[in-house]
Write a protein that binds this ligand. Structure first.
Ligand code: C5P
Length: 224
């Protein structure tokens, strides 16, 4: 009924990971960015990890940067400016509460500005990269070679989240809708589909179907 259901893991265990090289053991200098944007719990992370692994690209879950900046406490702008690898490994960053807090600090322009350079450098690093977030194809890397906008109905996204975390279904749906409204309604870098992004509505897709569509777009851009 709800495409994918429990087979849609919303989060992996790594924020940034370096996947393998392109087979011949040589470091390749390919500059190639896959930008994946969309609302919470649409399947961006699952697709991003699969694409990174399949094509040997580095992966950055940019939501983790905002989660870590919010979790550090104190002034969020100072937190964003001084983020370290250790901050990205802080416990509890995957929780819905951390996502909520992230979505609040993400509306502060200075927080976004502080995280921009790191994301841009990551996007254009030699060897290629996949970044997933809200503004990758629109703000962080408008020149990305592949842009995907991964979405699903609020009901399907809430159902997937509920399967993972439990709780009261109506409350989970309300949380999903509230986060959508905040992410799409903020003044700076709101969640938006880049005009040249391929839309993947995963509401009725399995993980395999969604990954296959995304992989086809990446393969076409790579000329494979
Ligand atoms: O994707 P994730 O749920 O981890 O993101 C947490 C919050 O961080 C989002 O709700 C959004 O407000 C913010 N975010 C953002 N821009 C990104 C990634 C995440 O504003 N590129």
């Amino acid at each position: 009924m709800h495409g994918g259901g429990a087979s849609w893991p919303l989060r992996g265990h790594e924020g940034a990971s370096r996947a393998g090289r392109f087979g011949n053991g040589e470091m390749n200098d390919l500059i190639f960015t896959v930008a994946i944007d969309g609302p919470a719990a649409a399947g961006k992370g699952t697709i991003a990890r699969a694409i990174a692994a399949r094509f040997g690209l580095a992966h950055l879950d940019t939501g983790l940067l905002y989660r870590a900046a919010a979790a550090k406490g104190g002034d969020p702008v100072a937190a964003a400016r001084t983020l370290t690898e250790a901050d990205l490994a802080a416990p509890g960053l995957r929780s819905e509460a951390a996502g909520e807090a992230a979505s609040r600090v993400a509306a502060i322009p200075e927080v976004r500005a502080a995280l921009l350079d790191f994301q841009r450098r990551f996007a254009r690093r030699p060897g290629g990269a996949v970044l997933d977030g809200r503004d990758i194809g629109t703000v962080v890397c408008p020149e990305a070679e592949v842009k995907l906008y991964v979405t699903a109905s609020p009901e399907v996204r809430a159902h997937r989240r509920w399967l993972e975390q439990g709780g009261e279904a109506a409350a989970v749906l309300a949380e999903v809708k509230a986060r959508d409204a905040r992410d799409a309604g903020r003044a700076v870098a709101p969640l938006a589909r880049a005009p040249d992004a391929l839309v993947l509505d995963t509401s009725a897709m399995t993980v395999d179907e969604a990954v296959a569509r995304a992989a086809a777009a990446v393969a076409a851009a790579l000329g494979r």
